[in-house]
Design a protein around this ligand. Structure first.
Ligand code: PMP
Length: 402
């Protein structure tokens, strides 16, 4: 039995205010709520041992360094990686930029991405080289055959999201890693959305790089991970240089980089956030990611059935093999997605998101300026989905005039 009620107790933002129903939080793809364990880990560092990491001979620095490296070990276990393969960054955006900037791409090189990508996995490449955008097949998945055709002698990397932040569709990564590796190319997986919903094992994903954001994984903003195999990380020229990333600097400023992963973490990192991320992945491990996936699949099916019974809505999310993310638009063009999200929030206390979700090209291909997205996490309940359904019904029947 999945103890949703017990888990909800761990999230301060899910508790009812005086005389008020708790909010319904369905914007988890933007950022997730934080459990007490994470809040306490951050508070504990800030209040009790806020030393710097790796650079002091004092008790606070020791404790901070210990907690920071413990967090790296927890994240490594969570991903099936080695600690030396886990680079802490501020989020998925910074992870992708670290690879794009570190690979010394030439303007005529190209990187293959898909139409599903978040801007964070397209613009860092676009700023440096050519980008080949793989269109979607009718299944809603990036078209593998088109990707095969897009690869040529100037292709340097394949970069693909494992889960769309718009439609929620899971992209079967093994096929993409087989494709990339058949052409001798590294594969970068954007796991920003996948991480909260499915277990990640970098060994079976067979990826060279993987990017994720801690704040979408119940951890603090400012925490994120670039995973890379040793060979893949060694290929990167550090974007940041400074304290903490070198073993030696000579009088004429010749320098020697430290070993991985620290050579890619120059400067004081966001220590509190990283320690919070360690607490977050331990929290998820305690619940069990497979139990989370089962509960979420059930919720997704309930939501799909309710939305299917509302002819006023167009569902843009394919029906199976996807995260608990649902993206819709009103069939009545007078009822815009932004309007719906605003009313859901301000009248009904239901947090969703409207817009292009940092995926302009996908929205352009769909011919839509904006969509309305409800994205779930393990702490959501069927009751909350019924509140969403009732609110949508009331709102759509009332129409755009309110
Ligand atoms: N990739 C995907 C698929 C995302 O959904 C997001 C965040 N919406 C990002 C990358 C970027 O994450 P962040 O803003 O935390 O760096």
């Amino acid at each position: 039995m999945f103890d949703v009620a017990g888990l909800r107790d761990e999230f301060p933002l899910l508790q009812a205010g005086s005389g008020q129903a708790p909010i319904v939080y369905l914007d988890n793809a933007a950022t997730s709520l934080k459990p007490r364990a994470v809040i306490e880990a951050v508070r504990g560092y800030l209040a009790d041992y806020s030393g710097n990491v790796h650079r002091g001979q004092n008790a606070l620095a020791d404790r901070a360094s210990q907690a920071y490296e413990d967090s790296r070990r927890s994240v490594a276990r969570f991903l099936g990686a080695r600690a030396s393969e886990v680079v802490f960054v501020r989020g998925a955006t910074e992870a992708v930029n670290l690879v794009a900037g570190g690979l010394a791409l030439a303007p005529d090189d190209n990187v293959v991405v898909s139409l599903l990508e978040h801007h964070s996995n397209s613009l860092p490449w676009r700023a440096r080289c050519q980008v080949r955008v793989v269109p979607l097949a009718p299944s809603g998945l990036p078209d593998l055959a088109a990707a095969e055709a897009a690869i040529d002698a100037r292709t340097r990397l394949v970069a693909i999201t494992a889960c769309s932040n718009v439609t929620g569709v899971y992209v079967p990564m093994q096929a993409w890693s087989a494709l990339a590796h058949r052409h001798g190319l590294p594969l970068l997986v954007d796991a920003a959305q996948l991480a909260a919903h499915r277990g990640i094992d970098v060994q079976s994903l067979q990826c060279d790089y993987l990017a994720l954001s801690g704040h979408k994984l119940f951890g603090p903003p400012g925490s994120g991970v670039l995973y890379g195999t040793r060979a893949a990380l060694e290929r990167l020229t550090p974007l940041n240089l400074g304290g903490g990333c070198v073993t030696h600097v000579g009088l004429d400023l010749d320098y020697e980089l430290r070993e991985l992963p620290w050579r890619l973490e120059a400067g004081t990192p966001d220590i509190a956030a990283v320690i919070g991320l360690g607490a977050a992945v331990e929290f998820i491990e305690d619940i069990g990611i497979d139990a989370i996936a089962l509960h979420e699949e059930h919720l997704r099916d309930v939501l799909d059935a309710e939305i299917a019974a509302m002819p006023e809505l167009h569902n843009h999310s394919p029906s199976d093999a996807r995260a608990p993310i649902l993206t819709v638009t009103a069939r009545d063009p007078a009822i815009g997605s932004e309007y719906i999200a605003r009313v859901l929030s301000d009248t009904f206390g239901i947090m969703t998101r409207a817009g292009h979700h940092c995926a302009h090209p996908l929205h352009a291909a769909l011919g839509l300026p904006a969509t309305l997205r409800a994205s779930l996490a393990f702490y959501n309940t069927e009751d909350e989905l019924l509140r969403l359904r009732d609110a949508l019904r009331a709102l759509l029947r009332r129409g755009a005039r309110g």
